[in-house]
Design a protein. Structure first.
Length: 475
């Protein structure tokens, strides 16, 4: 394994290597699709539960909104760095490409496989939530949630097998519908839902007490983690960068457009909830948005919000299926998986990569392990961003001659801030998880942090085995 810039430059082609497999990814996407896939991926089920969790930890209106603002600033600083990387290395497959080129194949392997598994698990989780919401709207579906979830995953397999134009068209339509629906909901909340005690001047007897000292610091860190996890997906265009018509120009535009769109929607939704509901009703609620909709639309509120969320999560499912197939395709092109997964049909879809991703999602559903997988790989989620920011520093130093159609504004400060914040989030996540196990004395089943560490240890022999198995493959 070599990390030299010459090898990286020759082994990583802008639109994906065409020397392996057959067919190629189609460069047919633009800025609006890049924004649509980010909005579709980032705004999903998290908006339902996260506000209640944050309000419970920080029962103060200013701190509650402040966490979303800080999360947006973190995303904005990170966007500047990923925009440069995405424009300079315009390959489909996500952040895997950046770590592999800058740090080496093993780092890329860890990022790629953790990303692929977590995305497949996320698709499974979203499908079961859609099935549950559908059951609530149509009681006749009760008892068939698993079958509905499997059917959804298979349905997106068929849709995307037809080609990227089908997948991109679906993404544009569903993301537009969800955005309009959320904007209408926000407008209705501000027009019809003013509640005099929505921002209380004195603490209600049922409102949790605001912590102080170290407990307050821990509450802020946990709240920021929740926000960062919820808004993740604003970098969606980097998963399809090799399919963007003018990546040097459009990838940065799509990334910044995505950050502003995602954070604008999230801030408006949380302000609307805070405008309609008193803090004591938000704190601890696992369906605060639904409660606000019920306050506005009465008995139709639950139906309205569940319908909006179903469309929202269908958009997210479509995006996740695109992401996981592109990640596996990129790794196959780089001989970190079998060459057949690099083959692309006439519609621009890596068919075997999509098929394997679908099987993984269905297996997660049938075994009921998707929640465990997502919890475990959440630690890799922030680690992947950390490695991407490190990659920018490495490539700026090692490959100063690299073509950079866009250069990160504020570098190295913005990149450094995003890197430090990522490390803090990562350390806080691990410390909180392990601290919880030590405090309770419960070490079995293993905590997500321990499982993530085990996966990291086992990843190296798997990496070597795959390198050995694919070394003699020919084009």
């Amino acid at each position: 394994m070599s990390n030299t810039s010459d090898e990286s430059s020759t082994s990583i082609a802008p639109a994906g290597p065409e020397s392996r497999g057959s067919g190629k990814l189609l460069q047919v996407l633009g800025v609006w699709f890049g924004i649509a896939i980010a909005v579709g991926n980032a705004i999903a089920a998290g908006i339902v539960r996260t506000p209640g969790d944050i309000a419970k930890m920080l029962p103060n209106a200013w701190l509650f909104i402040g966490m979303w603002v800080i999360g947006g600033m973190y995303a904005l600083f990170g966007a500047s760095s990923l925009a440069e990387l995405g424009a300079s290395i315009p390959r489909s497959g996500g952040q895997y490409n950046f770590s592999r080129r800058a740090i080496g194949e093993y780092a890329g392997f860890v990022v790629g496989w953790s990303d692929w598994l977590s995305t497949c698990g996320t698709a499974a989780a979203i499908s079961i939530v859609i099935a549950e919401y559908s059951r609530d709207l149509f009681p006749v579906l009760a008892g068939h949630e698993l079958q509905i979830a499997v059917a959804l995953i298979l349905g997106f397999l068929v849709l995307q097998w037809r080609g990227i134009r089908w997948g991109s068209g679906t993404q544009l339509v569903t993301s537009t519908i969800k955005t309009v629906a959320f904007v209408v909901l926000v407008a209705a909340c501000f027009a019809l839902g003013h509640h005099p005690s929505a921002i209380p001047t004195s603490r209600s007897s049922t409102l949790p007490a605001l912590p102080s000292g170290w407990p307050l610091v821990i509450a802020i860190l946990l709240s920021l983690q929740a926000v960062v996890y919820t808004i993740d997906g604003w970098d969606g265009v980097v998963y399809v960068a090799g399919e963007v018509r003018t990546p040097g120009r459009d990838v940065p535009r799509a990334i910044f457009g995505s950050v502003f769109s995602v954070m604008g929607i999230y801030l408006l939704l949380n302000l609307a909830v805070l405008y309609v509901l008193p803090m004591n009703e938000i704190a601890g609620s696992d369906f605060a948005l639904g409660a606000a909709a019920t306050r506005i639309f009465g008995r139709y509120g639950d139906t309205v919000i569940r319908s909006i969320m179903i469309v929202s999560m269908l958009s997210s499912m479509n995006a996740n299926q695109i992401f996981c197939s592109r990640t596996l395709h990129a790794m196959s092109c780089d001989r970190l998986f079998f060459s057949r997964a690099s083959r692309v049909n006439k519609g621009g879809t890596p068919v075997l990569a999509l098929f394997l991703s679908t099987i993984a999602g269905v297996l997660f559903l049938l075994t009921g392990t998707f929640e465990r997988v997502i919890d475990m790989l959440a630690f890799f989620f922030v680690a992947n961003y950390t490695l991407s920011y490190v990659s920018l520093f490495v490539l700026r130093k090692r490959e100063p001659q690299m073509a950079r159609p866009y250069r990160a504004w504020g570098y190295p400060w913005t990149t450094g801030i995003a890197l430090v914040a990522s490390v803090v989030f990562l350390v806080a996540s691990i410390a909180t998880d392990l601290g919880g196990s030590l405090a309770t004395g419960h070490f079995w089943p293993p905590s997500p942090a321990v499982l993530a560490l085990a996966v990291l240890v086992l990843s190296f022999p798997v990496f070597r085995a795959l390198k050995w198995a694919t070394k003699d493959e020919t084009a």
